[in-house]
Design a protein. Sequence first.
Length: 161
Amino acid sequence: MTGHDGSGDVGGPRGRRSKALKIAGLAMAGLLVLGAGAAGWAYWHLDSNIKSVDINQALGDDRPAKALITPSASASPLPTGSLNILVLGSDSRSGKENKALGGGSSSGARSDTAMVVHIDAGRKKATVVSIPRDTLVTRPSCPLKSGGSTAVAYRAMFNSA
């Protein structure tokens, strides 16, 4: 007898390989469960940081009544087209508060924030696009108070315009 009678020798190479595959499979399943648990905990932790406010309750009932617009023959019609608005916020380095923080005597202000707000024709939706202040643009020639004009500037930072 050779010992290979088909009785399922557990101690042979096949048995060891099968046992190793089972252990690897269980380890992978354990890692998957552990990863899913960690992802669930992270989601719960981040989601619990978000606080919401009921704006109607915060404002209360002491508010003016909603305006009723009644068309009249003498009133001009309300605009119906879309509308684009450029919103600019500026900063300055001048002033004694900024001097104490290291600011100098530079004059003028730079556009610190720039956004384009597009309001659709139905006045039901608004889209806002922010323009990064260090976006490189071509600055056109601009007239000066003295009567001259500035030179065109290529690759100028947006906030220096």
